[in-house]
Design a protein around this ligand. Structure first.
Ligand SMILES: C[C@](O)(CO)[C@H](O)COP(=O)(O)OP(=O)(O)OC[C@H]1O[C@@H](n2ccc(N)nc2=O)[C@H](O)[C@@H]1O
Ligand SMILES: Nc1ncnc2c1ncn2[C@@H]1O[C@H](COP(=O)(O)OP(=O)(O)OP(=O)(O)O)[C@@H](O)[C@H]1O
Length: 316
């Protein structure tokens, strides 16, 4: 039975700007999404049943049809029923290295890996844009997870354009393992609390009157100006998540006092990341923050920016 081992990297948001409300309940966004080297490992193998069998080594991750990776396999089965009948089912094994419910797109990356893996096992020959169209049916972050690297994302987050790859920066990720933030809650709270900063157009789509922050960051990325990138990172969801979770706000403040390029919450949180110009600065800032906030629930990861999306490690 053919099998593939894949790496599914986490992402951080260098920018997350909410620029409008949409009638479908989602938000119009401008984001800069960035892969990091911290990654889950996905092993996917053809099986002689017609079923999807999924195992994950993390106790908080469901192994049933609610798992995003399971849903990705189901989408492939439903989209290509004859190929499915011919090749049979799949067994998916997930080794979690990315913290769960962290704003790092862990589940989204797992789903992207399953789309890529089944495309290979079934020899479908789907192109990256074709895989990304399928990915958009499952979640807003999943198209990015297929291609990875550094990209600007608009619409719900599914419309992507590649930016100059940034790889020369180190990242400290910090997350309390006893705090998780619901993404729908974060967006809905933002909508309620910042509704007056929107104006409606004729179609009822509400756009922000506020200034869009993306252009200075895009300029800094184009020049690969790490110091300026560190200054221009931005996330609108901090406005609702940090007041609700003072520990996360204090964690960000502790990083802000270190010798780093910049610090921000990733996505809907609660992970806080710090951009650093070297590994030694990443280690030093982690040690400082760890010694200031002595909490056994606070976990740290040191990683690097990456130019890669889903990667094939091996096949059999
Ligand atoms: C917070 C981020 O991770 C930042 O990259 C993404 O914007 C969210 O990506 P995701 O988890 O893949 O999002 P989805 O699974 O598509 O949607 C989860 C929920 O987030 C909210 N959502 C998501 C994307 C978007 N543009 N507007 C939204 O309001 C919706 O309430 C939705 O029900
Ligand atoms: N394969 C998966 N890996 C991790 N979590 C999953 C997976 N499938 C479903 N989930 C569920 O989804 C929830 C969110 O987990 P995930 O790690 O994807 O969050 P996230 O990093 O905040 O995602 P995003 O940044 O895309 O909003 C978890 O509570 C978990 O129960």
């Amino acid at each position: 039975m053919q099998s593939y081992s894949l790496l599914a990297p986490a992402k951080i948001n260098l920018l997350l700007e909410i620029i409008g409300d949409r009638p479908d309940g989602f938000h119009e966004l401008v984001m800069v999404l960035q892969s990091v080297e911290l990654a889950d490992r996905i092993d996917i193998q053809a099986s002689d049943t017609q079923e999807i069998y999924l195992k994950c080594d993390h106790p908080e991750v469901p192994e049933d049809e609610t798992n995003l990776a399971y849903r990705a396999a189901k989408l492939m089965f439903d989209t290509f029923p004859e190929v499915h009948a011919n090749y049979g089912g799949v067994t998916i094994k997930i080794k979690k290295n990315i913290p769960v419910a962290a704003g790092l797109a862990g589940g989204s990356g797992n789903a992207a890996a399953v789309l890529v893996g089944i495309n290979l096992i079934w020899k479908l020959g789907l192109t990256q844009p074709e895989l990304q169209d399928l990915a958009a049916k499952l979640g807003s972050d999943i198209p990015f997870c297929v291609s990875g690297g550094t990209a600007i994302a608009t619409g719900r987050g599914e419309k992507l354009a590649s930016l100059k790859n940034l790889t020369d920066m180190w990242v400290v990720l910090a997350k309390y393992d006893n705090i998780s933030v619901s993404t729908p809650w974060a967006y809905q709270t933002y909508r309620q609390e910042y509704n007056d900063s929107y104006i409606s157009d004729a179609e009822g789509v509400k756009s922000r009157t506020a200034k869009v922050h993306s252009s200075p960051l895009l300029k800094a990325i184009a020049h690969k100006d790490s110091a300026e990138i560190g200054k221009q990172i931005y996330n609108d969801l901090e406005k609702v998540v940090l007041p609700q979770y003072p520990q996360v706000a204090a964690l960000k403040a502790a990083f802000a006092a270190q010798d780093i390029l910049g610090t921000m919450m990733s996505g809907s949180g609660p992970t806080v990341f710090a951009l650093c110009e070297s590994e030694s600065k990443a280690i030093a800032s982690e040690q400082q923050v760890r010694s200031q906030i002595r909490d056994p629930h606070l976990k740290f990861w040191i990683t690097k920016l990456s130019s890669k999306g889903i990667q094939v490690l091996s096949s059999n």
